[in-house]
Design a protein around this ligand. Structure first.
Ligand code: BDR
Ligand code: CA
Length: 312
């Protein structure tokens, strides 16, 4: 199985991403680290522990990361994810503790000890990943790829130009895109195609295990924010699970390679990912951008992953 490290800010879609990643024998999650983003850092860490407790996976190494972005105050998305960051489902209290080290120390330790190169899968602001890359340059050659949810080639979802997490910590995103490590970007262009519809949620609710029930409840809540007609959505975009879907079934996606830069300043464009789709600059390609998605296949994959859980 492919060794991965999940750095997340749970968050409904992060939680579902974790659930999918841990369902598959194709992936070997070495650690889960948390970033501040959808909620405050104490809550995102607690939420990761709650999800892993619900899955019976207290064996997974967990550590909390930076409590705020590199150069800015934290912005949270409680309007999307609620007071807890995971409103809508009665998750258990954690039955285990995070490790007494920082996220970047845990990432470094797992990468150093891994016999194979590791894929980093960030689904929160990129603060921890930027700090890890800056602190441990000797470990860069042990990173296979960074498969991240973030950014957009077209419109943003937090400002007209920016996707939420890149907007929260643009300096960190800038460092990550410049690090020279291959990046796969699951941006809003593709995640807005990854919409889960009411009938999909009902299909998930019929799966006879408690994990699927939890996912259905989380999706019911996540749906509320996305029903606003301004989005023009029929369902709720499952952003973060696109990373895991890409790792498990890349054939569901179409992609192109290009240069992507991050706007750290700008009157209207702070946090924008500038995607050179038409090779207008001479900048070397640094990113594989996900473009289109087989939505039905994506939903089938989620159902397949959730069916892998059984109640004992
Ligand atoms: C992304 O930002 C977070 O709110 C979500 O969990 C997702 O990772 C969507 O812009
Ligand atoms: Ca997230």
């Amino acid at each position: 199985p492919r060794p991965i490290i999940l750095d997340c800010d749970p968050g409904h879609d992060d939680a579902i991403s974790l659930i999918l990643a841990l369902s598959s024998k194709q992936l070997n999650p070495l650690a889960v680290t948390t970033s501040a983003g959808n909620q405050t850092p104490d809550k995102t860490l607690n939420n990761a522990l709650r999800v892993l407790t619900m899955l019976g996976r207290s064996d997974i190494a967990v550590a909390g990361g930076a409590v705020k972005p590199l150069a800015r105050e934290l912005i949270i998305a409680d309007n999307v994810h609620g007071e807890s960051g995971l409103d809508g489902s009665e998750l258990p209290n954690p039955n285990f503790e995070p490790l007494p080290c920082s996220a970047i120390e845990l990432i470094a330790q797992k990468v150093r000890d891994s016999s194979e190169p590791v894929t980093l899968v960030p689904s929160g602001p990129l603060t921890n990943i930027a700090l890890f890359l800056a602190t441990y340059p000797e470990l860069h050659n042990k990173i296979e790829r960074i498969v991240l949810m973030g950014g957009a080639a077209a419109a943003g979802n937090w400002t007209p130009a920016a996707e939420f997490k890149i907007y929260v910590d643009p300096e960190a995103a800038d460092m990550v895109f410049k690090a020279g490590i291959p990046i796969t970007m699951c941006g809003l262009d593709v995640t807005h195609q990854a919409q889960i519809m009411d009938e999909d949620i009902e299909r998930i609710r019929k799966i006879p295990n408690h994990v699927a029930q939890c996912v259905a409840e989380l999706l019911d809540f996540f749906m509320i924010y996305h029903r606003d007609p301004k989005w023009g959505f029929e369902g709720a975009p499952l952003h973060d699970p696109c990373t895991i879907a890409f790792l498990l079934k890349p054939e569901l996606f179409s992609t192109y390679d290009c240069w992507v830069g991050v706007e750290t300043k700008g009157e209207h464009t702070q946090g924008m990912t500038v995607v050179d789709r038409y090779q207008l600059t001479q900048h070397p390609h640094n990113t594989q951008v996900l473009c289109d998605l087989d939505r039905e296949g994506f939903v089938d994959l989620i159902v397949e992953c959730l069916n892998a859980y059984t109640d004992t």
